[in-house]
Ligand binder design. Structure first.
Ligand code: PLP
Length: 354
């Protein structure tokens, strides 16, 4: 009905890309609907191995392991890697799945203030008594569209002999000059040890997740990671579309660049109109409104004007920080972006937000 979606994680528009859809259909026809098995029994086909190899190549890492979701990748990694003699240091605003994954492990837990390097350093000093230290952070945080200070995190990790883990769900495919993610954007690809990410956002949007990193770590996960060992293999159609999405991104960064240009257009026009947009240069563009009711009525009115956005308020975000989270995609046209800004301006004026 002419409604434009501005609240999906479909950053590159690949979920509707004809080649991605064709790859899914071909995989479905050639490899079947599903494997009725976990990977280590009879759930591994050539396409699963190929996709793991492609993911590792994309991130310039040694190996990769697939999961049914990134939630599962996060649920599996900490328990498999860390013992009660180890420590994990986690940003307080990390995604729920990282928090849950950490809960499942027996390592000593330290929570540092959001992106606060002084606090991380203090916690790293406290954690020196443990055998191994792992710093865990989202690469890009989904509520604020802000990007973890990975350079500083990696420097501290080096100083205090810690490993760095990043969750790249809101970065893979589009952040950095070649869309490799936050580590590429900030020039620390050789310093981040472990990456978890999703196939369910920029990479085709269907489902699936993975860990990529050093081969011995991936081997360990294949032996010990419970969501990998005890959950079904990814369906061939999903593998097919993720694999094609990666091919497209490795051939050219044009799609990612087009999304970045549209993000810039939206952020600068909204700022010029008088709105406060949180974060910087990220397609997650939270329009900060403060009041929960205002966010909800404005989102409703935006829909009446053909723009699909959602208001976020407490407990999803802190009290007094209600917002409408806009997400830009490569499939939006410049006209779509302008229509969204115009609708925000009208609705903002009507409700006294401007
Ligand atoms: N990590 C982050 C930062 C996310 O935003 C999400 C999805 O919302 C996940 C993990 C989970 O990803 P998936 O949908 O593949 O389980």
């Amino acid at each position: 009905a002419g409604i434009i979606n501005f609240c999906a994680n479909n950053y590159l528009g690949l979920s509707s890309h004809p080649e991605v859809i064709r790859a899914a259909v071909e995989a479905l026809e050639k490899f079947g609907a599903g494997l009725s098995s976990v990977r280590f029994i009879c759930g591994t086909q050539s396409i699963h191995k190929d996709l793991e190899e492609k993911i590792a190549r994309f991130h310039q890492r040694e190996d990769a392991i697939l999961y049914a979701s990134c939630f599962d990748a996060n649920a599996g990694i900490f328990e498999a890697l860390l013992t009660p003699e180890d420590a994990v240091l986690s940003d307080e605003l990390n995604h729920a799945s990282i928090i849950d994954g950490i809960r499942l492990c027996k390592a000593n837990k330290y929570r540092y203030k959001h992106m606060d390097m002084q606090d991380l350093e203090a916690k790293l000093q406290e954690a020196q008594k443990h055998r191994l230290r792992l710093v865990a952070t989202d690469g890009a945080f989904s509520m604020d569209g802000d990007i973890a200070p990975l350079r500083e995190i990696c420097q501290l990790a080096q100083k205090y002999d810690a490993l760095v883990f990043i969750d790249e769900c809101h970065a893979t495919g589009f952040l950095g000059p070649n869309g490799r993610g936050t580590d590429e954007l900030l020039g620390v690809m050789d310093k981040v040890t472990i990456i978890n990410s999703t196939l369910g956002k920029a990479l085709g949007g269907a489902a699936g997740g993975y860990t990529t990193g050093p081969k011995p770590l991936i081997d360990l996960l294949r032996q010990r990671s419970r969501p990998y060992l005890f959950s079904n293999s990814l369906p061939p159609a999903v593998v097919g579309c993720a694999s094609k999405a990666l091919d497209l991104l490795m051939e050219s960064n044009a799609i990612a660049q087009s999304m970045a240009a549209k993000t810039q257009r939206f952020r600068s026009k909204m700022t010029a109109a008088g709105f406060t947009i949180s974060g910087k240069d990220h397609p997650i563009c939270p329009v900060m409104l403060g009041d929960a009711r205002l966010a909800s009525v404005m989102a409703e009115d935006m829909l009446n004007r053909g723009i699909y956005v959602i208001g976020f308020s407490y407990p999803v975000v802190p009290k007094g920080k209600a917002r409408i989270r806009v997400q830009i995609s490569a499939v939006h046209s410049d006209e779509d972006i302008d229509r969204c800004v115009e609708a925000f301006t009208e609705v903002g004026r009507k409700h006294g937000a401007l």
